[in-house]
Ligand binder design. Structure first.
Ligand code: FAD
Length: 391
């Protein structure tokens, strides 16, 4: 499992800046030393490895592209992508935690928050001293969040009252602050609701078969009263608020899943070279070579797509539809690679000693969250035909 280098068939790393290479290597060492030895146990036990959060903060995993003045690393989007790659090579649960923290909570606070909200939350969140969650999905509204029923009403004295429920919320039960999107008389608005606020609870959803090392929760708002200045994000109104955050997170996912795929590919390659049947390594059989050749080809294409998108994003030229394409394609290809890798390991492919089944199960969530594969297909369909098929 402790494979030393990432798969790079086309030399995509020749196109990286020195700083990006350094960031990636540091993240890789962290994942090898701190994540690989413990992650299967956490997934089996359905526990989040909380003790890793401070080190993840120190390594710049949280909000890495945001400015240094708020305690962040101010790295390129390509460096951010590489970080997600290495982290998800460990487990999608850790990458999910970092995606939510950085792209879904810190990014909107930075983009739409008041100066006080930014100064209060961003340095703590960058360091991993505070954890955030992002509440958009509801029991009856997943792909169509615009129908949300969670309501916030303005009250006298600069206060808001929130009622409703969110579901499938990553980090929910361990979060110090929930960024909740609620319908108001003006349209959708974002509220920062702190842990311990009266009427707010976040019960954990148990018994998942996927992302078992990640905390997933409901958020319940029963007459929760919050202070406008502290809670309301003043800078955004309407669904474009949550959707802009999702574009950020999806970008990271397009890179991250390749780490999971890479780990499965390398595990399968190594296994095939050592497993002997009919007196020769199974890597010498054409059928297994076809699987390996297809895996490395798909991985390579996806890496180049992610890198190209990252460079566009660094110059402000990546469109949401381009991000949709990368999320859709790269998650699909990672999912296929993991399934193919599993077959190469035969019976061992289902065991926790190898990372494959865990990655394959994790990717089922990744395929569905942050816009399902179908919805991204329809976003691309709309872009090329001018006709929206999903509504
Ligand atoms: P639905 O929207 O009910 O879709 C069901 C099926 O119908 C899918 O195949 C979908 O593609 C298809 N479908 C829907 N609409 C159309 C259409 N117009 N045309 C064709 N097909 C369609 N949400 C958050 O807000 N915050 C989080 O932190 C978060 N974390 C998550 C963690 C996990 C582990 C999981 C599993 C989910 C998480 N989610 C989170 C929720 C996730 O974003 C939703 O599950 C996702 O948006 C899909 O919604 P749904 O599950 O309600 O499926």
């Amino acid at each position: 499992q402790m494979v030393s280098e990432l798969t790079d068939f086309m030399g995509f790393q020749d196109l990286l800046e020195d700083e990006e290479k350094l960031v990636r290597e540091t993240a890789r060492a962290f994942v090898n030393e701190q994540v690989m030895p413990i992650i299967d146990e956490h997934a089996q036990q359905e526990t989040f490895p909380h003790h890793l959060v401070p080190a993840m903060g120190r390594l710049g995993f949280f909000g890495p592209t945001l400015p240094e003045e708020y305690g962040c690393a101010e790295l390129s989007y390509v460096a951010y992508g590489l970080l997600m790659y290495e982290l998800e090579r460990g487990d999608s649960a850790l990458r999910s935690m970092a995606s939510v923290q950085g792209s879904l909570v810190m990014y909107p606070i930075f983009s739409y928050g008041s100066e006080e909200q930014k100064r209060f939350w961003l340095p703590k969140m960058a360091a991993g001293e505070a954890i955030g969650c992002f509440g958009l999905t509801e029991p009856d509204f997943g792909s169509n969040p615009g129908g949300m029923r969670t309501r916030a009403r303005r009250e006298a004295g600069g206060r808001w009252r929130i009622n409703g429920a969110k579901m499938w919320i990553t980090n929910g039960s361990i979060a110090d602050v929930a960024l909740v999107w609620a319908m108001t008389d003006e349209g959708v608005r974002g509220f920062l609701v702190e842990k311990g606020t009266a009427g707010f609870s976040a019960p954990q959803m148990k018994n998942k078969w996927s992302l078992r090392a990640s905390v997933t929760s409901e958020l319940v708002f029963d007459n929760v009263v919050v202070d406008e200045e502290r809670s309301l994000l003043p800078g955004v109104l309407g669904l474009k608020g949550p959707l802009s955050c999702l574009t950020q997170a999806r970008y990271g996912i397009a890179w991250g899943v390749l780490g999971a795929a890479d780990n499965c590919y390398q595990t399968a390659l190594d296994y095939a070279q050592h497993r002997v049947q009919f007196d020769r390594p199974i890597a010498g059989f054409q059928l297994q070579q076809k699987k390996l050749a297809e895996m490395v080809t798909e991985l390579t294409k996806a890496q180049l797509l992610a890198l190209h998108l990252g460079r566009r994003k660094d110059r402000g030229a990546a469109t949401p539809q381009q991000v949709s394409m990368a999320k859709m394609n790269n998650v699909h290809c990672a999912r296929e690679i993991c399934h193919s890798a599993r077959t190469i390991l035969g019976a061992n492919g289902i065991m926790g000693e190898y990372p494959i089944m865990r990655h394959a199960a994790n990717l089922e969530s990744v395929y569905t969250y942050e816009g399902t594969h179908d919805i991204h297909t329809l976003i691309i369909g709309e872009q090329v035909t001018g006709l929206a098929a999903y509504r």
